[in-house]
Design a protein. Sequence first.
Length: 598
Amino acid sequence: MTGPRPPAPISDYGLLGDTRTAALVASDGAIDWLCVPRFDGEPLFGRLVGGPQAGTFRVGPASAATVVERRYRQHTATLETTWAVGGGRLTLAESMVAEVSGRLLPTTLLVRRLSAEGGAVDVVVEFDPRLGVPHRRPRTRHRGGILVCEWGALAVSLSCTPDRTIEPGRPTSVRVVPGHPVTLVLAVAYREPLIHVEPAAAWELVVADEARWRAWTAGIQESLPFREPVVRSLMTIRLLTYSPSQAPVAAPTTSLPEDPGGARNWDYRYVWPRDASIGVNAFLGVGKLDEAHGFLAWLLHASRLERPRLPALFTLTGRHVPRERELSGWPGYHDSVPVRFGNGAADQHQLDGYGWVVDAAWVFVQAGHRLYSETWRAVRGFADVVARRWREPDAGVWEVREPGQHVHSKLMGWLALDRALRIADTHRLPARQRRRWESARDAIAADVRTQGFDPTQGSYVRSYGSTDLDAALLVLPLLGMDSVGSARVRGTIDAIRERLSAGGPLLYRYPPGRDGLPGTEGAFLPCSFWLVQALASTGRRGEAIELFQTLLDYASPLGLFAEEVDPRTGAQLGNYPQTLTHAALVQAALAICDSPPA
């Protein structure tokens, strides 16, 4: 039905979400990605990586048109796209409704409204849902003018006002007349009765949802530097947080390539405690305590089965991530194969994760809150694991397939013990356990200074015995293991900035090609925001501001960021939008805010 139309550039896609799942919609009005009933479910519209046979839901001009404006309504999750069509204009306003009167809706509700100005505009509706792997067409029926599609326990309905009979897989023509908008409502229910919401009432729910978002953003301090991109980033993280568990997904997509046409394609529809903890710190930095408390409560629940070990990643409900598998017959985004479901990093030992999580707990305590006794017991267990296992090789923050003695991992192990000891100043801790943590913390510091520092370069290095650098070491001035003004800290920042530069404000996370995988990758955006944070934290505020402003130019037209960017073209790469990048952006802005004027 959709013909050979290729997927749009990654940065062309806007995000719609209801804090349970998310849709990616291109500037031509095509929803090319939506998993149901949650972020890590089966794709209902999967054309983004599955090709035309994986389904799409396009609502847009039937003839040649030009996008004249595309934006989110200020401080809301409602996306507007306006096209010039002939002598008129057509605007598509769309949103997914998360809550009604403070309660989550039992079904996913996507509302798309078309309005015209300056004359009638002909529109085409292409509704072609194909669930899962392999792509399955639904059983369909019409119920009072509403199209109902069913796949076992999953049901989807589509209604339209004015009434139109819409058949899946067949284009439907609609004329939009000024003053008479056309509204389409998609509802998704899994093991629940489908709830039909009349299109007019559904649009009222969108209006109420907008008011809720504006109230939420109004609580973010007005004096923040770069407030608008910070607010959009916080909203993006919130949209990517699975409300039933308060766990933020790393990204809503799978297999968007780090190397277009290559095999560096991963499934990010899961929860990395590391990324989530950085998001917690971002929320705490702007006074959003509920989000931080919700994640810590989820982590306590999620880790209970394997505690005190902290898995590298979880499902949205705290279960073990499915075994990684490759989907045969899926063409991938612009021929980038394989397309993967599941993630093989789930079984890796990653020491750094403990540091991020315990630090998030410390920031929560530092904000004036006590940990529940069970939460403190979990944190103590994490610190005990670090004290026992810090000498072991691990996969590191970049999840390399061959374990090594990664310096960043050791630093984060030090952080876990140091922050646990700080929490212990206000929480009960046996003296013997305190002494064990102090001994291990001091041993890590001595070991890293001896084996992880290269005096020739004047910098800490990626791993023991290596001369390679690692951009993750830009967190060094935030930890407190070395003083902020030390030659070691400043030398590390300057060496990374010079030797891992990808041009302008961009950085590679480590020397390209040094990870044992085929192909190359782009510049890693969180590292550039970590550089901003490092500069601001070491008194180089002017440089930090200049770098931050330049980085904002790499955002999509809607203010969204993927994980990586192509240094040559500026094209966004990797899964999108990326929670880690947006959280790092917020932390960089907060570091600028906290740094003294130059």
